[in-house]
Design a protein around this ligand. Structure first.
Ligand SMILES: [Zn+2]
Length: 236
């Protein structure tokens, strides 16, 4: 539970009964990081005085996606490559708790913007999987370009993983209250423009366009139209 900044949040951890013996979710790093990230994303989006700006359909789903994404970032090690598949909640559940592993491979993880039109993708964690799949591709584009720091606390923004985490947090501050997928994408691209002069603009756009959130993507009512188009200067 995340009240506005200045008031205590509450994080409850549970025993999971899917294995024998039961397992404690508090012992699994990605679950704790996922929950902490709700506190960060809820407070940064729309300013610290509001903790209610990831509360509508797409935005609340993206809240889950950012939480999975930061849980992914903290588990990346310098020798990892873009072939890495990551699952969430493997220890607590014994098998993982998402539909697909996070992967840059479209066969292993086929999620695209258009999945939001499907009935089963109205639930926040399902929506979040789509957003986190896009961010996983974006993260690897930056890590392939700039390498991977072994110490996120060093805050070395020359490294791809530290820079990507910073751009995510910057984007939360820049995006409007209850952003759409397009709003949040634009905020991350803007964050890169502000912080690096746009050095990663095309790397970011290619990741979003790969999963259907290209320049011509958009939603009319509840109908989401995919686009695989990148800005002209980013076309290969
Ligand atoms: Zn969550």
């Amino acid at each position: 539970m995340t009240p506005p900044d200045g008031q205590h949040g509450v994080m409850r951890m549970y025993l999971w009964n899917l294995t024998t013996p039961w397992r404690d979710g508090a012992l699994e790093q990605d679950i704790v990081v996922h929950e902490y990230t709700h506190g960060i994303s809820n407070r940064l989006t729309g300013g610290p005085a509001s903790a209610d700006c990831l509360s509508s359909g797409e935005a609340s789903g993206m809240g889950e996606g950012w939480s999975d994404t930061v849980a992914n970032i903290v588990r990346i090690a310098p020798n990892d490559t873009r072939g890495l598949h990551l699952k969430v909640g493997c220890y607590a559940s014994g098998r993982g708790i998402r539909t697909y592993p996070y992967s840059t491979n479209m066969t292993a993880n086929p999620l695209t913007y258009g999945f939001l039109n499907r009935a089963e993708y109205k639930e926040v964690h399902q929506i979040g999987e789509v957003w986190a799949a896009m961010l996983y591709d974006a993260m690897w584009n930056l890590m392939d370009a700039h390498g991977i720091s072994g110490d996120l606390f060093a805050h070395d923004l020359q490294s791809g993983n530290a820079l990507f985490l910073q751009l995510l947090l910057d984007g939360m501050k820049l995006q409007p209250c209850n952003p759409t997928f397009s709003d949040a994408r634009d905020a991350i691209v803007q964050a890169d423009h502000v912080r690096t002069g746009g050095a990663n603009r095309c790397a970011l756009w290619r990741a979003f366009a790969k999963r259907g959130l290209g320049t011509l993507a958009g939603a009319t009512g509840k109908q989401h139209t995919e686009s695989y188009v990148v800005p002209p200067d980013c076309a290969a």
